[in-house]
Design a protein around this ligand. Structure first.
Ligand code: F6R
Length: 234
């Protein structure tokens, strides 16, 4: 793994903008995207930059089950609000959280991934090591999954909702196998609450108990960290 450590999110995000400019120059066409607090500064800086995704494809990792695309806490809404409104892609795919046929939606999304192999997948990481919404114990070769969120994830995501009872308990997520199929993976982590998960991702055994540890088996992974998230690395 290539590990880059920056003194703060702003510097890390500026580095990421340069990386994405390079990826575009190198011909990347399909961009796997993440949501959550971590990429917000990066998306803000991308929005202010001159990058152009208007003939590219984006594919998001996951969506809460039960939320319509227009729901202000849905990841559809997040992507529109944080990035797509000023950096549109030619085509953008996000799982449909309000589907009434989950099995058909999983199949549809696997079809999207098969039709558009991801050149670069952006990831955040949960305090429990989850990537996408692949919680500890998720199948290592899994494709798009209908998942139960763990209590740790529900509690972590309460900050985006009015109260914990409003946080969806299920999601549709690309699987670990789908993520590992990306040609390149960039994982971002900021803050001391991510330091344990990052240490286990880098140094720990490869185990689905810490889903991000399987990234050790991928040959093109960059971790973009602030000093707090990198604090437990030796
Ligand atoms: C989001 C996602 C999650 C988050 C992770 C960290 O699309 O797939 O894995 O990246 O939960 O969330 P934040 O960035 O809010 O700490």
């Amino acid at each position: 793994m290539d590990i880059k450590v920056f003194s703060n999110q702003v510097e890390a995000s500026a580095f990421l903008v340069d990386q994405y400019k390079q990826l575009l120059a190198d011909g990347a066409e399909v961009f796997g995207l993440a949501t959550g607090g971590t990429p917000e500064e990066f998306y803000k800086q991308l929005g202010e930059s001159d990058v152009d995704f208007s003939d590219k494809v984006s594919i998001n990792l996951d969506e809460y089950y039960g939320l319509t695309p227009g729901h202000p806490k849905s990841y559809h809404y997040y992507m529109e609000d944080k990035l797509f409104h000023n950096k549109p892609f030619a085509q953008s795919f996000i799982p449909k959280g309000d589907t009434d046929d989950v099995e058909a939606e999983l199949e549809r999304y696997n079809g999207v991934l098969a039709d558009h192999p991801i050149d670069v997948q952006l990831l955040g990481i949960g305090t429990n090591g989850h990537i996408g919404f692949n919680e500890p114990g998720s199948p290592i070769d899994g494709q798009t999954q209908f998942v139960d969120l763990t209590q740790a994830t529900i509690e972590a995501n309460t900050r985006f909702f009015e109260n914990i009872d409003d946080v969806p308990t299920k999601a549709i997520s690309m699987g670990l196998g789908s993520i590992m199929a990306a040609k390149k993976i960039i994982l971002i982590a900021f803050g001391d609450n991510k330091a344990d998960a990052i240490e286990k991702t880098v140094n720990g055994p490869v185990t689905t108990d810490v889903p991000a540890s399987i990234l050790q088996n991928h040959d093109d992974v960059t971790l973009v960290l602030d000093e707090a998230a990198a604090a437990k690395l030796k």
